[in-house]
Each structure stands twice: as C-alpha cells, then as structure tokens.
Ligand binder design. Structure first.
Ligand SMILES: [Zn+2]
Length: 219
C-alpha cells in the first residue's frame, strides 16, 4: 500500500494497475483513520483488485525468435525466422516470416508492417461508415499512441493508433465509428452513444474488450 499525503481535503482510495492500493490523504490525517477507511471499503477493494489482476499484463520483452506469437486482428500468429530470406517481413495469412538479416531491426520492421495494415484497413472502414452515416472527415493519420486508440480533431482529422490493428475487426470498427460520430457530437453525451449504437448496437462489448485487453496490444 502506498500513502500519498498532500494538501487535499478528502481521502481517496485507488487500485493501481498492478492491483496495489494507493491512498491519497490529507497531510495531517492519522493512520488510524486511513486504516478504518480501508476496512470500510474492503469489499470494493477486493473487487477492484480482482479486476486489476485479470487485466494486468506484465510487459514481456520480445526477442523476435521463431515461435513467438504476434496479434493481428484479434488472432495470434506465429513467427518464423528464415536466415537468408530476402524480404524483411512477410505475412501469408498463417504466419509471419522474418528475414534473419533484419533481426536487429525487427521491432521497427514489425511496426512498419502494422502501420501499413492499420492505414489500409482503417481507411476502408472509415470510408464505408462515413458514407453510411453521411459524415465527412478531412484526413486520417496513424499514430503511435499507447492507450488512446483514436481521436478526432476540431478540423475533422481522425487519428488512430497502429496498435489498434492487433484488436479484433469488430473492435477496430467500433473505434472507427466512435471517432466518426465525434465529427457531429463532440462529447460523450447520451446522443453521442445513441448515434454510435445505430451502427453498432453491441458497442458496449467492444468498449469492454478494449478495457479488458487493451494492455495486451503492444509490440
Ligand atoms: Zn470519444
């Protein structure tokens, strides 16, 4: 447990992604009161900790060795390293083939591949849904954002993280629809969600999928 004391007036509890308890407390509050507060909130803490443990993904460092798996549109694909292949990286729908010559740049090469797929797929989906919804966007950019899957600027530009392409197609579509709807509804009001649900009645499942699995979408 971490106790952070500051010039605040109230006491709040928070569960960190690694499921530890963080207490934010006023400077002079006695430990006794903090412990009482924790006791009182115990069922809540246990529930939140269970959820955090389910969602927590320890970061594993990639080696880009044969047998490692990579996510693409919600499926895991195995990597094969071929020592003298010419093409840096090939995906044949079954597995990834990486040339051993490019091993030192493997991470960059994979990212480049993911970015290319993201651009193609998202451009197509955005075009499709924008036509259906009668909405117009200015430009689509692919970003390297870690947990912000998409955003919509006031100029009508849409941004998407390339990591999103590791998620299932349905989830990718949800983020595309979400950002497109922001072209007409700038906030997350009731009207916003009503419009999202016109195109994706089960959008809540996709939102939950991203919350539960977003931490797994990294290279
Ligand atoms: Zn939004």
């Amino acid at each position: 447990m971490i106790i952070i004391r500051s010039k605040r007036k109230s006491l709040t509890l928070q569960i960190a992604p690694d499921s530890s308890i963080i207490v934010r407390a006023p400077e002079k509050i006695p430990e006794e009161i903090i412990h009482q507060a924790i006791q009182k909130k115990l069922p809540w803490i246990i529930k939140k900790q269970k959820l955090a443990r389910e969602r927590f993904v320890p970061v594993v460092k990639r080696e880009f060795a044969s047998g490692e798996t990579f996510l693409y549109l919600g499926e895991l694909y195995k990597l094969q390293v071929f020592l003298d292949a010419n093409d840096p990286l090939v995906f044949n729908g079954m597995e990834f083939k990486l040339s051993g010559r490019y091993l030192l740049n493997a991470k960059k090469i994979f990212e480049k591949w993911y970015r290319k797929q993201t651009k193609e797929i998202i451009n197509n989906r955005a075009k499709l849904y924008a036509e259906m919804a009668g909405l117009k966007y200015a430009r689509i950019s692919i970003t390297g954002a870690k947990s912000r899957w998409g955003s919509c600027s006031f100029k009508g530009n849409l941004n998407f993280s390339w990591k999103l392409i590791m998620a299932p197609q349905r989830v990718v579509d949800y983020v595309v629809i979400h950002e497109l709807v922001h072209l007409s509804e700038r906030n997350h009001s009731r009207r916003f969600w009503d419009k999202v649900s016109v195109f994706m009645p089960d959008y809540k499942n996709c939102r939950k999928w991203l919350k539960d699995n977003g931490g797994k979408l990294y290279l």
